[in-house]
Design a protein around this ligand. Structure first.
Ligand SMILES: Nc1nc2c(ncn2[C@@H]2O[C@H](COP(=O)(O)OP(=O)(O)O)[C@@H](O)[C@H]2O)c(=O)[nH]1
Ligand SMILES: [Mg+2]
Length: 376
C-alpha cells in the first residue's frame, strides 16, 4: 500500500477480527464497582440512580456472574463499567471468595451499602472479614442509604455513625462515606451528586460519565453524546496494551476505527485530504504526526504533552488518554467541518491538551527521566 492508501485504510477500516479480540478482552477487564449490602439496602436503586436506567429495579440487564453475584454492564451496548451486585449475602453459607476473585486484577472499588435505619449488619460484617483477610480489595466507599427515612437529625447522625463504626472496625481503617436517599423529593437532596464525586475519586473514568455538566456551546453538547463511545475506544486501546501478543492489533488501529465511527456520526468520510488537515490542525509540535507516522507501532506512545513528565503513567493509561484526547479533538474538528465553520487551531490543540492532561496520571515526583521508565 502506498501512503495515501494506508491513510484511507486507517480511518476507513474493514472488519478486523483481531480488533474483535481486543474488544472482547476489554469487556473482560472493565472496571468493577462491587456493591455489597443486604437485600433491600438500596443496591439496585443506586445502580439506577447512577445510570439512569429505570428498568434495573425489575432486574433487567443483569447477567449472572458468580454463584452469588449478578453483573450489570454500563452502558449496555459498549460497556465502560461493570456493577457487581451481590445477591447471596444473606445466605447462611455466603462465601465472598468468588466475588473477590471477580474484582481482583482490575480496577475496582467496593461500595458498602447500608440502610441508615438498619443497624443489623452482621451479614455485611461477615463478608467484610473475608474481604479484609483476602487483601485483594483496595478501594472502599461506605454508602448510607435511605437517610431521610430517619427524620430526626440527631438520630440520623447516630444511626449513620453506628453503621460506619461497625464497618471501620472490621476493616481496621477510616473509610470515606456518603449519605444518600434515592427517593428524596428534591433531587438536590438525594446526595447522588456527592456519590458520583466520591466514585470519581475512586475510579477516575467515572468522572467522565456525568452528562449533567452545562455545555458552553453546541459543539460541547454534541460531544456529550459521543463521549461514551470515545471512552469505550479509549478503554479498548488500554485493554490492547495489556493483551499479550497483540500482533497487528495496535492502538492506532483502534484509534482509526474510532475516527471512522465518529466520522459516521457526522456523516463525514475521512479521506487523505481531511486527515492531513486534521493532523495539521493538531499541530506537529504535539509530536503526533499521524499522517506521516502511520504504521508506527508506537504511534500512540508518543507523548504529546509539552515538557511534562509522566512518571506515574503506564502504557495502558497513556493509550487510554491519547485515544480519548484524539477522539475529543476529532469530534470538534468534525463539528466545525460539517458546520462549515472556521476552526481555530490553537483552540483545538488546547482541547486536545486538556483532555490528555486530565487523564494522564500526575507524576509522583519531578524527575525528568521518569518519562522513559514505562515506555520502550
Ligand atoms: N426511602 C428510601 N428508600 C430506598 C432507598 N434505597 C432503596 N430504597 C427502597 O428500598 C427497597 C429496596 O431497594 P433496592 O434498591 O431494590 O435494594 P437492593 O436489594 O439492595 O437492590 C425499594 O423499595 C427501594 O425503593 C433510599 O435511599 N431511600
Ligand atoms: Mg437489588
Amino acid at each position: 500500500m502506498n501512503w495515501s492508501e494506508r491513510v484511507s485504510a486507517w480511518a476507513n477500516p474493514s472488519k478486523n477480527p483481531e480488533l474483535e479480540h481486543v474488544f472482547a478482552q476489554q469487556a473482560q477487564s472493565l472496571p468493577i464497582l462491587w456493591l455489597l449490602g443486604k437485600t433491600g439496602a438500596g443496591k439496585s436503586s443506586m445502580i439506577q440512580a447512577l445510570t439512569g436506567d429505570s428498568k434495573i429495579a425489575i432486574g433487567n440487564g443483569f447477567q449472572p456472574c458468580t454463584k452469588t453475584a449478578n453483573v450489570y454492564d454500563y452502558p449496555q451496548d459498549k460497556p465502560l463499567l461493570r456493577f457487581l451486585d451481590t445477591r447471596g449475602l444473606s445466605e447462611a453459607d455466603y462465601d465472598a471468595r468468588e466475588d473477590i476473585a471477580a474484582c481482583e486484577d482490575r480496577s475496582h472499588a467496593l461500595l458498602i451499602v447500608m440502610k441508615a435505619d438498619d443497624p443489623e449488619q452482621s451479614d455485611v460484617i461477615k463478608a467484610l472479614k473475608q474481604i479484609r483477610a483476602s487483601g485483594k480489595i483496595h478501594n472502599y466507599l461506605v454508602v448510607h442509604t435511605g437517610v431521610l427515612q430517619v427524620p430526626d437529625l440527631i438520630q440520623r447522625q447516630q444511626a449513620i455513625a453506628h453503621n460506619q463504626a461497625q464497618v471501620e472496625k472490621i476493616l481496621g481503617q477510616k473509610l470515606e462515606q456518603v449519605v444518600v436517599d434515592f427517593i428524596a423529593e428534591d433531587p438536590a437532596e438525594s446526595g447522588v451528586a456527592e456519590l458520583k464525586q466520591a466514585l470519581a475519586n475512586l475510579l477516575p473514568i467515572l468522572a467522565e460519565f456525568s452528562d449533567e455538566q452545562l455545555h458552553a456551546n453546541q459543539e460541547e453538547k454534541n460531544f456529550a453524546h459521543l463521549k461514551k463511545e470515545v471512552l469505550w475506544y479509549a478503554g479498548a486501546a488500554a485493554a490492547s496494551d495489556v493483551l499479550q501478543a497483540v500482533g497487528l492489533v495496535a492502538v492506532p488501529s483502534i484509534q482509526g476505527k474510532m475516527l471512522h465511527s465518529l466520522g459516521n456520526q457526522y456523516g463525514v468520510d475521512w479521506d487523505k485530504k481531511l486527515l492531513t488537515e486534521f493532523a495539521a490542525a493538531l499541530g506537529t509540535s504535539f509530536g503526533i504526526k499521524y499522517a506521516t507516522n502511520l504504521g508506527l507501532r508506537q504511534l500512540a506512545k508518543l507523548i504529546p504533552v509539552y515538557g511534562q513528565t509522566i512518571g506515574a503513567a503506564t502504557a495502558a493509561s497513556l493509550s487510554f488518554a491519547t485515544t480519548y484526547a484524539l477522539g475529543r479533538a476529532a469530534s470538534k474538528y468534525l463539528y466545525h467541518k460539517t458546520q462549515g465553520e472556521q476552526l481555530d487551531e490553537i483552540e483545538l490543540q488546547d482541547l486536545y491538551q486538556q483532555a490528555l492532561t486530565k487523564l494522564v496520571p500526575k507524576p509522583k515526583n519531578d524527575s525528568n527521566d521518569a518519562a522513559n521508565s514505562d515506555q520502550p
